[in-house]
Design a binder for this molecule. Sequence first.
Ligand SMILES: C[S@@+](CC[C@H](N)C(=O)[O-])C[C@H]1O[C@@H](n2cnc3c(N)ncnc32)[C@H](O)[C@@H]1O
Length: 331
Amino acid sequence: MFNKGLLKTYLLPPPSTIQTYPKKYFGFFCEVKFKLENNEKSSIVFTWNIDYLKMTLSNDSKSHSSIYKRLLLLIEGWFPNSASYSELIEKGVEYRPHYAYCLYNAAIQAKRLGLSEITAIEFGVAMGGGLTDLEYLSKKIERRTQVKINIVGFDFGEGLSPTNDHRDLLYLWQPGDYMMNEDALKAKLTFAKLILGDVKTTLPNFLKTELKAPIGAMFVDLDYYTSTINCLDPMLTLDSKMLLPRTYVYLDDLTYTSKYTGEFAAVEEFNIKSEFRKIDEIKLLSELLALKWLKWLYLGRRIFWLHIFDHSLYNIRDINDKSSIQDPLPW
Ligand SMILES: C[S@@+](CC[C@H](N)C(=O)[O-])C[C@H]1O[C@@H](n2cnc3c(N)ncnc32)[C@H](O)[C@@H]1O
């Protein structure tokens, strides 16, 4: 089939991807060039991206992944491709698949709507397991979608604050829980921005002065109803351009709660306040995803959309339009 082979190994990422990687990135790619019989030159580029080994994953994620899943991720990393990556997320192979699902699909929505950059926020960071995994995931998703992702985390920094409000679910957690080791976390983070203080004040300041790209996904894990209200409320008045038409909202703390307490109560209240901004479950998503991986029956129920009905792009078709959908090529 071919008469000449040439194998080159480079100790750096391909130039096209070099800029998207943080300082901790290290990997190599190799290029096999061969000549076909009709003299047409052809080349295959294998990239071995070891970001998932070198970039810090949370211990939680590491301990939840089997060798088999790690192998599948390794192989996909050689041929990074948006469609196969999506499959790995949906089959529960990627680390922290619920975060991966929201982040990946936010990036895809942005791409299909012609946006090149989004912001993902984790509300409630604690020891930083979620935020470190978001760094890891965002680099992989950037590479497969070419959508730049900014990561921001908000936390008190000193564990849960005192409260007597029954809606804050003190039967599940108590003031002082989830203390952060700030120095250790900052040493671990590569590029995510960590904002400390009460979201009631830090979030409005951030939205006013620092938010550069639309929020594509919010990972809400503040435990308290009162805190959740304070992270959702600013979304009522935020310029629609600073959100995706259907921003992903992951709500972590729904188990053992009610619609009168915790995050459910905060969402109910949010929805009453605005005609054009509504948070709702993505109908049948968990059932649909559970056809591929049973745990979505539970995890999928935590994934919501914040609909921005008055968004200028809300009526643009970005799902089920096979003719216009062009998933990004791997290289
Ligand atoms: C369950 S922990 C977050 C865990 C983290 N998402 C993870 O995956 O490892 C909840 C965090 O929310 C933070 N929190 C709660 N209310 C807050 C508020 N009003 N402002 C800032 N942080 C808050 C607490 O300090 C606590 O660290």
